[in-house]
Design a protein around this ligand. Structure first.
Ligand code: SF4
Ligand code: SF4
Length: 352
């Protein structure tokens, strides 16, 4: 134990050990202080880049200062779980009549997996604490960067030198004043690379380090309710839930492809990762729950997933897609009906 501040009941090295035992791959510790990139966040909000995600815009002052989220907090422990698992078989992933689901959503919902681990860590640590996994007014990525877990790349994600960006983040705010972890100094840079910027299918980066969520396939397929403008939907390829394109092309991800062995809750299963678009179109609520309950996919709801599948069929360029979509031109869901109509037009344009 060394002397940081006036209170330090547990050594940071000990905390790191506990976090690894709890099942986390990456750990970093930072003192609580206002976020240095707060201005960047405020200007992002001002431009409306968060789209309809109103909760992000709520109470930006607290989001920019974890000390306002928990008055007693002295330190933040930032943890990461790698979700780098084996690549899917190309025969399935590249099948034009199958959709694509973002990698983090291939298994159990991480909102259910990470918090119990963080709570175990909090119990061992003592004092008072709060845990956040995407759920509170916390800028996880900024904290992760300060904690040395990685650096924020031009694709706005945390790039860890050990795990790339396929990393689920969680934060534990604690009343314990812990010494910042000296080992957590993993830094890096994008350098001259611009791959994510130029290869994003919907051109969702107005500039490096800035994401216009309103154009991002992750936002459109998951958060956006209702119809999607054809100008955008035509660029969404076959993603039906989320999008990993700006990670798949990133050299930091490619370089550190290290399949995570300890996370059995994430693995490739054709029906969960690359489902047949025809099956999604035919899904009813019980079928949707049977396949996706307990996974992140549930967030988009059946209507959203069927809309996304209709869009993906329009983008696949296959004559078979016309036959599938023809059965849904009078679908009772107007959002699905709209996507079907636009996709049929698109397929016609492409000569399918
Ligand atoms: S997730 Fe997909 S759509 Fe969104 S910024 Fe990355 S590449 Fe673009
Ligand atoms: S693709 Fe290149 S520019 Fe984008 S985040 Fe990765 S290293 Fe940075």
């Amino acid at each position: 134990m060394s002397g940081f501040g006036d209170v330090m009941s547990v050594a940071s090295e000990q905390v790191r050990g506990w976090a690894l035992e709890a099942g986390f791959d990456a750990v970093g510790i930072v003192p609580i202080e206002p976020m240095p990139r707060a201005e960047h966040f405020r200007s992002w909000l001002k431009k409306g880049y968060h789209g309809s995600m109103a909760w992000i815009a709520r109470d930006p002052e607290r989001r920019c200062d974890p000390g306002l989220v928990m008055r007693k907090a002295r330190s933040a422990i930032v943890v990461g779980v790698s979700y780098q698992v084996e690549d899917p078989p190309p025969a399935l992933w590249d099948d034009p009549l199958r959709g694509r689901i973002a990698r983090y959503a291939w298994g159990r919902d991480y909102h259910k997996v990470l918090p119990p681990r963080l709570k175990r860590l909090a119990e061992r640590l003592g004092g008072s604490s709060r845990v956040y996994v995407d759920t509170g007014p916390i800028l996880e990525r900024e904290l992760a960067e300060r904690a040395g877990i990685g650096f924020i790349g031009k694709n706005t994600l945390v790039l860890s030198p050990s795990f790339g960006s396929y990393l689920l983040l969680g934060v534990l705010l604690t009343s314990e004043a812990l010494e910042p972890d000296g080992r957590s100094e993993a830094k890096g840079t994008c350098g001259a690379c611009t791959r994510c910027q130029t290869l994003c299918p919907t051109r969702a980066f107005p500039s490096p380090y800035v994401l216009d969520a309103r154009r991002c396939i992750s936002y459109l397929t998951i958060e956006h309710r209702g119809m999607i403008e054809p100008d955008l939907s035509r660029l969404m390829q076959r993603w039906v839930f989320g999008c990993d394109a700006c990670q798949e092309v990133c050299p930091w991800v490619k370089q550190y492809r290290k399949p995570s062995e300890q996370h059995g809750w994430l693995s490739f299963d054709a029906d969960r990762c690359s489902p047949r678009l025809e099956e999604i179109m035919a899904m009813d609520q019980p079928g949707f729950l049977a396949r996706f309950a307990g996974t992140p996919v549930i967030r988009t709801k059946l209507s959203g997933l069927r809309r996304n599948a209709a869009i993906a069929l329009g983008n696949c360029g296959q004559a078979e897609a016309v036959r599938i979509l023809d059965a849904y031109t009078a679908d009772e869901d107007p959002v699905v009906r709209d996507a079907v109509a636009h996709s049929l037009l698109e397929l016609k344009k492409r000569g399918a």
